[in-house]
Design a binder for this molecule. Structure first.
Ligand SMILES: C[S@@+](CC[C@H](N)C(=O)[O-])C[C@H]1O[C@@H](n2cnc3c(N)ncnc32)[C@H](O)[C@@H]1O
Length: 260
């Protein structure tokens, strides 16, 4: 279902962490051999079709309004001092979208506490370009309510305590090396890898078992698979029925249950 509808049904303050990769509004057009199921493809236009059933082609104003609605929902469902881990990147076709969306998020009463670089192994097709460096990374914005900038906590380890009582923390460099995805699937060209998800949750999710991780754009279910690996609870929404089916099977396997 649409995450905006789901969040209307959810209780206030019921999730500890939101970890998600929203649509980037890439506005990419091209021919797709993989997917003929998007709105544009159905109208006879070619589309790059990054996701099954969703063609990522809003105007930037519509996109920012959508992001603002999402963050209103996040403000409702996230516990006090909860963290939003918002994966984003920029594209040649619509280089503005990520920056405009971040600006709008800040206007909604949030602030960027940190930026984690997700270093991937390769970044096709950019590593075939003669005129620019290979783009090997995406970003994960660590976003908190602006009033909670000083009170939210990561799981950094205390390395020493000074005689004054002041705690010193082990450094965590803003850098996670993790695969591009968990293997190719035809439903989503922009999936997480489980390694990225577990690394982020180990750093930012309260480590207790009751911790609830919410991914409003759960796609192929990678966030849930990572949460299961760490013994955490998960919740997700996704508009593509095919991806929902696929992720339910993946989650069953991750839990050691029989797939259907
Ligand atoms: C970047 S992908 C997420 C991929 C996911 N992290 C994974 O590992 O598979 C974004 C997803 O958001 C979905 N989506 C787009 N708009 C949505 C909405 N309003 N509510 C829920 N899902 C939506 C798309 O169908 C797409 O699968």
């Amino acid at each position: 279902m649409n995450c905006l509808d789901l969040m209307k049904e959810m209780d206030a303050g019921c999730v500890d962490v939101i970890l998600t990769s929203p649509p980037y509004n890439t506005n990419k057009k091209g021919s797709s051999k993989v997917n003929t199921n998007t709105v544009h493809a159905k109208q006879g236009e070619f589309t790059y079709a990054r996701y099954d059933g969703y063609d990522d082609n809003l105007t930037n104003d519509q996109y920012c309004d959508f992001v603002a609605e999402c963050f209103k929902g996040f403000d409702k469902v996230l516990k006090p001092n909860g963290v939003i881990l918002w994966n984003a990147s920029y594209g040649n076709e619509n280089a503005n979208a990520m920056f405009l969306a971040l600006n709008r998020i800040i206007q909604e009463g949030f602030t960027i506490a940190d930026v984690i670089t997700w270093k991937k192994k390769s970044a096709l097709p950019d590593n075939q370009s003669p005129n620019k460096a290979t783009r090997l990374c995406e970003f994960v914005y660590v976003i908190v309510r602006s009033g909670e900038f000083k009170t939210f906590k990561a799981n950094k380890k205390v390395s020493s305590v000074r005689p004054t009582g002041q705690k010193m923390y082990s450094p965590f460099y803003n850098f996670i090396e993790a695969p591009n995805n968990d293997g190719k699937n035809n439903l989503n060209k922009a999936a997480f890898s489980t390694k990225l998800v577990t690394s982020l949750l180990e750093l930012y999710a309260p480590p207790e078992k009751e911790t609830v991780v919410f991914d409003p754009f759960i796609g192929t279910g990678t966030t849930a698979v990572g949460a299961v690996a760490l013994g955490m609870q998960y919740l997700g929404s996704e508009i593509s029925a095919e991806q929902v089916k696929y992720s339910i099977e993946r989650i069953k396997v991750a839990k050691g249950e029989q797939p259907c």
